[in-house]
Design a protein around this ligand. Sequence first.
Ligand code: UDP
Length: 330
Amino acid sequence: MTEGRTVLVTGGAGYIGAHACKVLKAAGFVPVAFDNLNTGWEEAVKFGPFFRGDLMNRADVDAAFAQYRPVAVLHFAALSLVGESMTDPGKYWRVNVMGALNLIEGALAAGCRNFVFSSTCATYGDQDGVLLDEGSVQQPINSYGASKRAIEDMLANFGASHGLNHVIFRYFNVAGCDPDGEIGEQHVPETHLIPLMLDAVAGKRPALTVFGSDYPTRDGTCVRDYVHVMDLVDAHVLGLNWLLDGKGSRAFNLGTGSGFSVREVIEASRAVTNAEVPIIEGARRAGDAVALVSGSARAVEELGWEPKRSTLPQMIRDAWGWSQRPGYRK
Ligand code: UDP
């Protein structure tokens, strides 16, 4: 039954990877979560087998392929903090790029040629608030985005040399969580806007610091395009099927086409929580682009992607629901 339906999900114990495992299972796949648990949660692995391993260790990669013989890889595992990538670029180049190289070479050695890769809008850099489509020039302004662009280049090279078929998804800002409450967003330390904002509302933190109020935007704060994690992972199932159907390599943006400022996100939360967000106006964060908004027509038209939950109130409502649960225990 499961022959040809097993897939390796790196970062499967993390926020997006765990949500991907849930929808992959629902779509009839067997998602094997490969994770070193540095930032992931074993409790989040609920939808298939768990393989504890580290992408920096090629032997772990080979062992996972030998044990499970996956038909495809979905590669979520990565360091993903823009701020940290500006102070410690070496870590980003080492872990993200070397980890991906070990995984690609391990996959090819095992005869697995289908690869779904989590890339980012940070590969586009700062482009004056224009809608970014897949043809936009990629000129990252932080080490995180640069490491992801390097992996995109790597995939193109291995595609040409070894027939590695790859779907690249460039995520905009992922938010929300499983509305069933089985899994959610939990980072230590938390750095993302929506969970930090909801913690401030709940009194778990004194306040949310707004990083920069003097950007050239409508209200001075950065603009981002927020996409619900459930919609995002639905696109991954479509991307996986695209590869399994032999449609070849392709890059897709995953965003909604609508940008919201930090202040607009804060405003939207009031309607959901009926409470004020205590805020502190802080300095700009190094590496932040002014505005990142996706032109996402390609995923809709070519993959048949239909975002269902990606409105700001819905994302905040789902995140708020999770924030009121006990969360994972380490
Ligand atoms: N942000 C903020 N305060 C915080 C965290 C984030 O003002 O405590 C801003 C950040 O500068 C960016 C937006 O919120 O403009 C989204 O940041 P996040 O870290 O959630 O995602 P990123 O854009 O880095 O992927």
